[in-house]
Design a protein around this ligand. Sequence first.
Ligand SMILES: NC(=O)c1ccc[n+]([C@@H]2O[C@H](COP(=O)([O-])OP(=O)(O)OC[C@H]3O[C@@H](n4cnc5c(N)ncnc54)[C@H](OP(=O)(O)O)[C@@H]3O)[C@@H](O)[C@H]2O)c1
Length: 272
Amino acid sequence: MTVLVTGARGAVGRHVVTGLRTAGVGVRAAGRDPEQLDGPDRVRLDLTDPSSFGPALDGVERVFVYVTGDLTAFAGAAASAGVRHAVLLSSESVLIEPDPEPGGIAAHHAEAEAALRGAGLATTALRPGAFAGNTGQWSRGIAAGVVDLPFPESGTAPIDERDIADVAVAALLADPADESPHLTGPESLTMREQIGQVGAQLGRTIEVRAVHPDVAREQMARYAPAGVVDSLFRYWRETDGVPAAVTDEVERRTGHPARPYRQWLAEVFTTP
Ligand SMILES: NC(=O)c1ccc[n+]([C@@H]2O[C@H](COP(=O)([O-])OP(=O)(O)OC[C@H]3O[C@@H](n4cnc5c(N)ncnc54)[C@H](OP(=O)(O)O)[C@@H]3O)[C@@H](O)[C@H]2O)c1
């Protein structure tokens, strides 16, 4: 069996590649620039460029897919090439916003899920909540010792990217299924608590400074698309002071408990 892994150097995709290779499965690692990838079977694949689909999908039975633009053409090409199962890196946002605003984060992911299923592919749509790696968004503040937050009490259950990859690998090795597991880390933490754990890991105090949402929003709007900014602020506002849902899907599907955020910090986080 050959599995095509899109986004093979992504924070999740790279661990999917490693997990499949460790399991002895044939992996075709894909990216827009294959020179950036390791391993014997590497291919150029741009999910928005149909001319790159044929060589990438030749002889492939299963695919790991990132949400990127309109996946309709890729899904159709995959089905025609004989792909039997797609594992999509979707998002919890689809659950939080069942009737999503056009152009927002939930809409992008819901459209990607629909594109794969619409092409007739059995689809495991992984729906993780906030990644532990989002900690990187606070790098400058962590380095400065002060992190500005519009909603410090927003609750998330940060999930280790390696756990998402482990679930993806388990799904790619199992019989094709059509399902949408909600993946979370093992505990709900407020953003303030996350930053407290970062400080403990680094051995110093990091202040959390509340910033007015309008100010934070204006700053984010300078570099992020409007739909994404709207989605994030809606999400943070709604989760302010509300503990995040925690599921047991990681343990149920991989046989190991979801890694705690503290462990992610100790093993992955480097001093900014
Ligand atoms: N961060 C969160 O809290 C969160 C929560 C839920 C869901 N998610 C989902 O997870 C994704 C982020 O995962 P990550 O952290 O692993 O991402 P990442 O490290 O930023 O990697 C993104 C990958 O996407 C690939 N890619 C981008 N455009 C592409 C294109 N046109 N064609 C083919 N590949 C393309 C890139 O491959 P190359 O550059 O090599 O081409 C890259 O490897 C988000 O986009 C979202 O869909 C995130």
